[in-house]
Structures are given as structure tokens and as C-alpha cells.
Ligand binder design. Structure first.
Ligand SMILES: [Zn+2]
Length: 201
């Protein structure tokens, strides 16, 4: 026997498709699940199904929201300062900034960063939608909270070029964030400081 029975192999194969999961980890996960009671497995498969069926992108900022709401919790909150927009590449970074409790404006999720080597141009990101928001509502500041690496820098430059002519103040969070690490992994204290020490572009 050089492989496990097919259902088990299938599960291992599916796990291996996930980011940072190699064969060994995939096997460990599959065996773990095999030993769980059926109720636990139902909860897991339900959660997997729901993530696609019950989540949608916010019409305004592209943050994730429940399927029944066109706008996310932040865009719907009247207490948020609607004159500031903080631009992030992914919803994970938005959540990280929310956890600092220092920021009370709105967000805009680009859905990635400009990366010519990976074939990602501005048109693949939610940049046009951002510019439209800036033209349609009275925004006084756009804060760029993008990764300090090359792609984040390129995206920041591109956005600055597009936003400056609109006469809106554009700032970038100070990068106390160690170079080469994703913003997603920055701790909350570092991020709070980076937000407070933002600089004009
Ligand atoms: Zn939103």
C-alpha cells in the first residue's frame, strides 16, 4: 500500500491546496478530522460553505460583510468620521487597524497591490472605485496604510499621483513596521504609532 484509502487521500489533497500547507501538515489535519465526532465535522463543513454563501464585498469600501447588507458594519456606522478614508490592500489589515481603536474614519480595500511582475495593474484593483468615492463625497484626508515593500510603495506612488489633483490631503502611515514584514503581522502598538505619526505625501 503506497497511499491511504481514496476519501482520506482526497481530503489530504484538498488541504495541500491551502497556503503554507505541505503534505505532512495536510496528513496531520486529515487524521485529526478523522478522529473528531461527526457533529464537529458538520460545524466545519458548514463554516466552509457559509464563508462563500454568506459573505459579500461591501459596495462602498470592499470590506467583507454579511450577504444581507450592501454596506459593511463600518460604512453603516453613523459615528464614523466619513471625511477620512484609510486605504488598505486587504481586509485583514483593516481588522488590524480596527483593533488599535485609534482610527475612526472609513476604509477602502484595494484587493491587492500593483505588481507588474505578477501581472497586477491598477485596473485589477478597486482604485477607480476609490477615485469615484473621492469625487462624490467630501473627503478631507486619504491615509495610505500599505505594506512598506516595493509593491506597496509603487501603489502608494500611483495613488498619490491620482489623488493629489483632487486637492485632498494624502498621508502615509509612518513605517515603524519592520521592512519586509507584512502590515498584517504588525502588532497593534506599532500600528497605533504608525497611524499617529503619519506623514504627508
Ligand atoms: Zn464598507
Amino acid at each position: 500500500m503506497d497511499r491511504y484509502p481514496e476519501p482520506l487521500e482526497n481530503l489530504i489533497k484538498e488541504f495541500q491546496k491551502l497556503p503554507s500547507i505541505g503534505r505532512k501538515t495536510a496528513e496531520r489535519l486529515a487524521f485529526y478530522l478523522l478522529h473528531q465526532p461527526p457533529e464537529e465535522l458538520d460545524l466545519l463543513s458548514q463554516a466552509v460553505t457559509n464563508v462563500k454563501e454568506k459573505i459579500r464585498a461591501c459596495k462602498n469600501c470592499f470590506n467583507y460583510t454579511e450577504i444581507e447588507n450592501e454596506r459593511c458594519e463600518i460604512c453603516r456606522d453613523p459615528k464614523r468620521d466619513a471625511s477620512i478614508i484609510c486605504v488598505v490592500s486587504h481586509p485583514q489589515e483593516l481588522l488590524k487597524l480596527e483593533k488599535t481603536r485609534e482610527y475612526h474614519g472609513l476604509y477602502h480595500v484595494l484587493g491587492g497591490l500593483i505588481s507588474p511582475v505578477n501581472g497586477v495593474g491598477p485596473e485589477q484593483l478597486h482604485i477607480d472605485e476609490l477615485l469615484l468615492r473621492l469625487q462624490q463625497s467630501s473627503i478631507r484626508e486619504v491615509i495610505l496604510a500599505l505594506d512598506p515593500k516595493v509593491e506597496g510603495e509603487a501603489t502608494a506612488m500611483y495613488l498619490a499621483r491620482k489623488i493629489k489633483p483632487l486637492g485632498i490631503r494624502i498621508t502615509q502611515i509612518a513605517h515603524g513596521v519592520p521592512v519586509g514584514r507584512d502590515l498584517e503581522f504588525a502588532d497593534e502598538v506599532t500600528l497605533s504609532r504608525a497611524l499617529a505619526g503619519r506623514i504627508a505625501l
